[in-house]
Design a binder for this molecule. Structure first.
Ligand code: FAD
Ligand code: UDP
Length: 393
C-alpha cells in the first residue's frame, strides 16, 4: 500500500514562517531543516503526492514498489548526506548493475574490461585493453567540449558507436556534439571487471520505500503540506512570506527570455506472470532499431522483499525519451549553449527577488542526483534560508 504521510504527520499549524514551493527532495529537506530550527513551514506541490520525481508507490496487484517518474537509485560519496538520509530511513545493501543490448547481444554497462573483451572477442589484460582503446581515440583531446569528443577521447570510436552514440541520441534527441561533455562524465569507464554501476561508497534503497523516507522527513507538526496546489494558480497563498521556490525558473519569470530545454520520458508498462522477465533491474538498448532507451524491472531493486521478489508476477516499464513541451513533466535539463544563455538571463532576474530563494533541479536548471539535491538544499538552508528567516524578510 502507498505510504500515507497525512496520517503520520498529525496536528497541523496555521501560521507560517516560510513557504516552500515544491515537495520534492529539495523542498522536503528545506522544510525539515526549518522545522528543526523552530520555524513553521507551508510546503505546497501541484502534484497529488510528495517526493517530486523520486516518488514511488506500492502496486496493489503485485506489491512491487514502482518509481512513478523513472527508476531512482540512491548513491552518494557525501558522508554528510548519507548520515542525513539515515536519520529518516534505513537502507538496503542493494548494488546497481546494468546491462545493455547491442546487435542481439547483452553486455555489462558501464563499459568495463568485460564489455571491452566481449565486444572485441578478446581476452585482453587491463594494459592491453587501455592500449587498444587509446589507439581508437583518434587523438581526441581529453578536455573536449562536447559529449561525442569526450566519449571518443575516453573509450575510442568503436565503443562510442556501439554503446553510446545511438543511446545518447535516443535519450537526449540532440546531436551528441551539441551536448555538454559533463553528461558523459557521469558514466565510469573501467579497465577491470568491476561492473557495479555506481562507484560511490554509500549505496542502497530506503527499506520501506521512498515515500516512507519522505514522510519521515516532514513528520514535524510545524510542517504543513498542501497538495494539488499550484503556486501560480492559488490566490490564497501567502506570497509575502519568505519563499523557497523549487519549480521551473523560466516559469517563475513568465518565460520572458524563452523556454529552457527539457527532456521527458513516456513509460509503457508490461506485466508478466513470470518470476523474472529480463533477469536484471535495468536493461539499456543501445541501438536505433529499438526506439526504447531502456527497460526497468522494478522488483529487482528489492530482492530483500522475498515474497514479492519470488512471486510469479513482474512489472516492466519501457522508457521512451522525447523533448518536453510546456505541459510535459520536465525530467532532464538538456543544457545546450542556447539554454545556458537563457538561464543566465533568468539568474540575473533572480538576484532582484529578495524574498525568494531558488533551488533544486527545476529552480536551478541543474542535472542533480538525489544526493546532490539534498546537499544543495542543506547548504542553501545554512547559507541563505536561515539568513532570510532571521532577518524576517
Ligand atoms: P523535483 O523532484 O522535480 O520536485 C520539484 C517539485 O516541485 C515537483 O514535485 C513539482 O510538482 C513541484 N512544482 C513545480 N512547479 C510547481 C508549482 N508551480 N506549484 C507547486 N509545485 C510545483 N537521482 C538519483 O540520485 N538516482 C537516480 O537513480 C535518479 N534517477 C532519476 C531518473 C529520472 C527519470 C529523473 C527525472 C531523475 C532521476 N534522479 C535520480 C534525479 C532526482 O529525481 C532529483 O535529484 C530529485 O528528485 C530532485 O528533487 P527536486 O526537489 O529538486 O525536484
Ligand atoms: N549512456 C549511454 N549508454 C548507456 C548508458 C549511458 O550512452 O548505456 C550515456 C548517455 O548519454 C547518458 C549518460 O551516459 O545520458 C549518463 O548516463 P546515466 O546512466 O548517468 O544517465 P541517467 O539516466 O542516470 O541520467
Amino acid at each position: 500500500m502507498p505510504y500515507n504521510f497525512e496520517v503520520e504527520k498529525g496536528e497541523k499549524v496555521k501560521k507560517y514562517d516560510l513557504l516552500v514551493v515544491g515537495a520534492g527532495l529539495f523542498g522536503l529537506t528545506i522544510s525539515q531543516r526549518a522545522a528543526e530550527e523552530g520555524y513553521s513551514t507551508l510546503v505546497i506541490d501541484k502534484r497529488s503526492h510528495i517526493g517530486g520525481n523520486a516518488y514511488s508507490y506500492f502496486d496493489r496487484e503485485t506489491g512491487i514498489e514502482i518509481h512513478k517518474y523513472g527508476a531512482h537509485l540512491f548513491h552518494t560519496k557525501n558522508e554528510k548526506v548519507w548520515k542525513y538520509v539515515n536519520r529518516f530511513s534505513s537502507f538496503t545493501n542493494y548494488r546497481h548493475h546494468v546491462f545493455t543490448l547491442h546487435e542481439g547481444r547483452i553486455y555489462p554497462m558501464p563499459i568495463n574490461l568485460g564489455t571491452i573483451n566481449q565486444y572485441y572477442s578478446a581476452a585482453m589484460s587491463p594494459k592491453e585493453a587501455e592500449k587498444l582503446v587509446e589507439s581508437k581515440t583518434e587523438g581526441a583531446a581529453k578536455d573536449a567540449k562536447n559529449l561525442e569528443e569526450r566519449a571518443i577521447a575516453l573509450i575510442g570510436r568503436d565503443l562510442y558507436e556501439a554503446f553510446i552514440r545511438d543511446y545518447t541520441c535516443k535519450q537526449w534527441q540532440t546531436d551528441p556534439r551539441d551536448l555538454p561533455a559533463s553528461i558523459f562524465t557521469r558514466l565510469p569507464i573501467r579497465f577491470n571487471y568491476e561492473s557495479s554501476y555506481f562507484s560511490d561508497p554509500y549505496q542502497g534503497q530506503p527499506k520501506e520505500g521512498f515515500c516512507s523516507l519522505f514522510g519521515a522527513m516532514i513528520k514535524d507538526p510545524k510542517i504543513e503540506v498542501r497538495l494539488e496546489c499550484d503556486y501560480f494558480e492559488d490566490p490564497s497563498l501567502p506570497k509575502d512570506l519568505p519563499t523557497v521556490y523549487t519549480g521551473p525558473i523560466d516559469r517563475y519569470f513568465g518565460y520572458r527570455y524563452g523556454v529552457l530545454g527539457w527532456r521527458t520520458i513516456d513509460f509503457k508498462e508490461k506485466r508478466y506472470d513470470l518470476r523474472s522477465f529480463q533477469g536484471c533491474s535495468v536493461l539499456n538498448k543501445s541501438d536505433m532499431t529499438d526506439p526504447s532507451t531502456r527497460s526497468i524491472e522494478f522488483k529487482a531493486f528489492n530482492p530483500e522483499r522475498k515474497e514479492v521478489f519470488e512471486s510469479e508476477k513482474t512489472v516492466v516499464w519501457d522508457e521512451y525519451s522525447r523533448f518536453a513541451g510546456k505541459e510535459d513533466e520536465p525530467y532532464y535539463p538538456i543544457g545546450t549553449q542556447k539554454d545556458k544563455e537563457i538561464l543566465s538571463n533568468y539568474e540575473a532576474l533572480e538576484k532582484g527577488e529578495k524574498n525568494v530563494i531558488f533551488g533544486g533541479r527545476l529552480g536551478e536548471y541543474a542535472y542533480y542526483n538525489m544526493d546532490q539535491t539534498i546537499a544543495s538544499a542543506l547548504d542553501t538552508f545554512e547559507n541563505k534560508v536561515l539568513c532570510m528567516l532571521r532577518s524576517g524578510k
